[in-house]
Design a protein around this ligand. Structure first.
Ligand SMILES: C[S@@+](CC[C@H](N)C(=O)[O-])C[C@H]1O[C@@H](n2cnc3c(N)ncnc32)[C@H](O)[C@@H]1O
Length: 222
């Protein structure tokens, strides 16, 4: 088996098919049932595109993005920590991921995960009210996956407060959460219009068939 690097600590594992993996920063535990590979004494975790929109974007052609070792990340809509665990691998033990989740039942697993992965800082709270977060620093990367009607406003508000200028935000837009009756391409166009004054749009990646009705927008804060 051969590894092909995409970004720091994210690789294609090339065998008969290609499998996306992250180099584990915290040993060989499987977080959500993903496969673990031990290669040349290093541990890699499968990053499953049906479970993570960020992973799906790599399968749909994303071949680089500015997130790396030591980065501080603000993650909105952390759920039980599936994608957060891979972000935790990418930024490594010197990075920090502040993971916001509103649903207490989801946050329980996130808190347990953070006990094993010391670079995860769970925040049980509402991403609509970033002014209420405990004190967090300005971040190098913002990731959002909240599937709410006002998701674009949530993204802009958090980026205003916590994303450094010139840094990247990755935003999973669920078109059906915004408007079920409008053509999804029209929904994306409308949301992008709202974002243009504050962000450069780097890419829009439709992540079908891994996730229905979703695009991942890659934005750079002006
Ligand atoms: C699609 S799931 C996220 C999946 C997760 N990002 C992953 O890939 O592992 C959306 C999550 O956003 C959370 N959420 C919704 N509205 C929120 C809000 N206003 N603040 C924080 N979390 C929110 C939901 O409770 C849910 O757990």
């Amino acid at each position: 088996m051969e590894l092909k690097r995409i970004i720091d600590r994210v690789y294609w594992l090339l065998d008969r098919r290609r499998t996306l993996v992250t180099l584990s920063a915290y040993g060989g535990d499987s977080v959500y049932g993903e496969k673990i590979f031990n290669l040349d004494g290093k541990i890699y975790r499968e990053w499953v595109p049906y479970r993570s929109k960020f992973a799906a974007a790599f399968y749909k052609g994303l071949n680089g993005v500015d997130i790396k070792d030591g980065y501080k990340v603000l993650y909105l809509g952390a759920s039980s920590g599936t994608t957060v665990s891979h972000v935790s691998d990418i930024i490594g033990v010197n990075g920090q991921v502040y993971a916001v989740e509103i649903a207490e039942e989801m946050a329980v697993n996130l808190i347990l995960l953070a006990e094993r992965r010391k670079n995860i800082f769970p925040i049980v709270g509402d991403a609509r009210k970033p002014e209420n977060y405990p004190s967090i620093p300005k971040c190098d990367f913002l990731y959002q996956d909240v599937a709410q009607r006002d998701q674009t406003d949530i993204f802009i508000k958090n980026a205003d407060l916590f994303l450094k200028s010139g840094k990247i935000g990755a935003f999973a837009v669920k078109t059906r959460s915004i408007n079920v009756s409008l053509d999804p391409r029209e929904v994306i166009r409308n949301e992008v219009k709202k974002l243009r004054s504050k962000f450069d749009v780097i890419r829009e990646i439709n992540i079908y068939p891994y996730q229905k009705d979703h695009s991942l927008l890659i934005l750079r804060k002006k």
